[in-house]
Design a protein around this ligand. Structure first.
Ligand code: ATP
Length: 144
């Protein structure tokens, strides 16, 4: 079966590059799964979880927004503001970020802008925590 040439890049680095069978990611239109031979598409990404499947094996990444581009010839490029593989996520850091954002949101809101910035930080932290938990589940499954 045809494979997808897949890459996740941020302004800092190439986070992941591989041939995969499918990519599932959170767009502003909802979650989409892209299989080989998909028509060209550009979509805005939301903060959340991205999943690839490669020979039956799942790989998870956290995304903090960006763009999805599905090109002709089975090629997908994700340009993300930031992205981490499940194994790269520092859970304590993400939990701290979540706590900070929640505390700020519970306080008196100073402006809509500040609220939006804090809500976005919370979304990033929640995405990281969700993806990092997948890693812990994986460890649980594979440990004897
Ligand atoms: P924090 O408040 O903890 O800095 P943030 O959401 O403001 O989090 P970003 O601006 O999205 O962080 O990312 C800055 C850099 O730090 C990126 O390279 C991102 O991949 C990395 N990063 C952020 N949080 C984590 C985390 N919990 N684990 C690993 N890398 C992280």
């Amino acid at each position: 079966m045809a494979k997808i040439k897949f890459r996740i890049a941020t302004p800092e680095r190439v986070v992941y590059e591989s041939e995969v069978d499918s990519v599932t990611c959170p767009t502003e239109m909802g979650e989409v799964t892209i299989l080989p031979k998909h028509i060209p598409l550009v979509a805005n990404l939301k903060a959340g979880e991205l999943k690839t499947i490669q020979n039956g094996q799942e790989n998870y990444f956290s995304l903090s927004g960006g763009f999805l581009e599905v090109r002709t010839n089975n090629e997908i490029v994700i340009l993300a503001d930031s992205a981490e593989h499940a194994h790269e996520i520092d859970m304590a850091r993400a939990e701290e970020a979540r706590g900070r954002a929640k505390k700020l949101m519970a306080e008196e809101v100073r402006s809509e802008e500040e609220y939006a910035v804090t809500a976005a930080a919370l979304e990033r932290a929640l995405a990281r925590i969700r993806v990092a938990r997948r890693r812990h589940k994986d460890v649980g499954r594979t440990a004897p």
